[in-house]
Write a protein of this length. Structure first.
Length: 319
């Protein structure tokens, strides 16, 4: 019984260090997952910022070429530039862009003729950009101000009430169209995020399934080899050379079992696929973190321990 207990104790791997490794790997996985999520969000923000800057620059160029009279007076030029700046800001800073657009409409009353120029198209562009960023509440507050400003300005130049109503309805229709465009862009973005999350969840499930299969097959088989080798050593009258070979088989099997279990623990600890995508293969699946020269010497020692003669030469720096 004492010898059997000794066999079981020798077969069972020590888990204190591996448990610490798993906790460290889990913390690293969570941190890497957060980093990946932040990188993805920054990429989306950069895309919207680029689109906003491009639209703002395009609107400014169109204003210069199609409505050059806008720049004949400083107030008109200030309104046009402010409206284009609002579009440019709305991609990266949607709330600031909406506020600047509101200021641009207020500045219209400072112009000599109190008219809305081509740059007023910025209202529609800002609306789409802000909704695309997910700030619907900002547009719900800003849109009434935009439309009220348009109606008030058109009232100063409309020939009669019917013309004022028709013009206001046209502005409202265009605003709703760009609200729809922004909503479609936002839903597409959210759908892409959900699809990516679902894909990563499925891959994580596959990783867990692979870990379970390896545990139920490879680890179990290696454990059985160790147990049979240890049991064979306990028989009476075993040849010393055979006992030495059995000891080598058992020792190698225990090391293989420990390595397999350590790898399985790493697989479970990095169930977050964000972390798995970020970490390179060598970092995720290296069993022990050793310098290359030391690892080479260790493998040579293992082969020599098996009774084989080994000659090794290292050419170059492997550190």
């Amino acid at each position: 019984m004492e010898r059997a207990a000794e066999v079981v104790e020798r077969i069972s791997p020590k888990r204190s260090h591996s448990g610490s490794a798993v906790r460290v790997a889990g913390d690293g996985a969570a941190g890497a997952a957060d980093d990946v999520a932040e990188d993805a969000q920054r990429s989306r923000d950069r895309l919207r910022a680029f689109v906003g800057l491009s639209l703002g620059a395009t609107l400014l160029v169109l204003t210069l070429f199609l409505a050059p009279r806008t720049l004949e007076s400083w107030p008109n030029a200030a309104v046009a530039v402010t409206a284009c700046v609002a579009v440019a800001l709305s991609g990266r800073y949607p709330v600031a862009g909406a506020c600047v657009e509101a200021v641009a409409f207020a500045m219209v009353w400072l112009t000599p003729d109190i008219t809305i120029s081509l740059s007023s198209m910025s209202m529609f562009l800002v609306t789409s950009m802000v909704i695309w960023s997910g700030r619907r509440a900002v547009i719900f507050v800003a849109t009434p101000w935009y439309l009220a400003s348009v109606v008030a300005v058109n009232a100063t130049s409309a020939a009669d009430q019917e013309e004022l109503v028709k013009g206001s309805l046209v502005w409202l229709a265009f605003e709703m169209i760009f609200v729809l465009i922004g909503e479609l862009l936002l839903r597409q973005r959210l759908a892409n995020v959900k699809l990516e999350e679902r894909r990563r969840a499925e891959l994580a499930a596959q990783r867990r399934a692979i870990a379970r299969e390896l545990h139920d097959t490879a680890v179990y088989s290696a454990t059985m080899v160790v147990m049979r080798a240890e049991a064979a050593k306990l028989r009476k009258g075993v040849d010393p050379q055979l006992a030495e070979d059995l000891e080598f088989i058992a020792r190698t099997g225990r090391a293989a079992t420990a390595d397999l279990r350590h790898m399985l623990e790493l697989l479970r600890a990095t169930d977050s696929l964000d972390a798995a995508f970020e970490a390179d293969v060598a970092t995720r699946f290296t069993i022990r973190d050793k310098p290359p020269a030391e690892a080479i010497d260790e493998q040579i020692g293992k082969v020599r321990a098996a009774g084989l003669k080994v000659q090794a030469a290292v050419d170059g720096d492997v550190s």
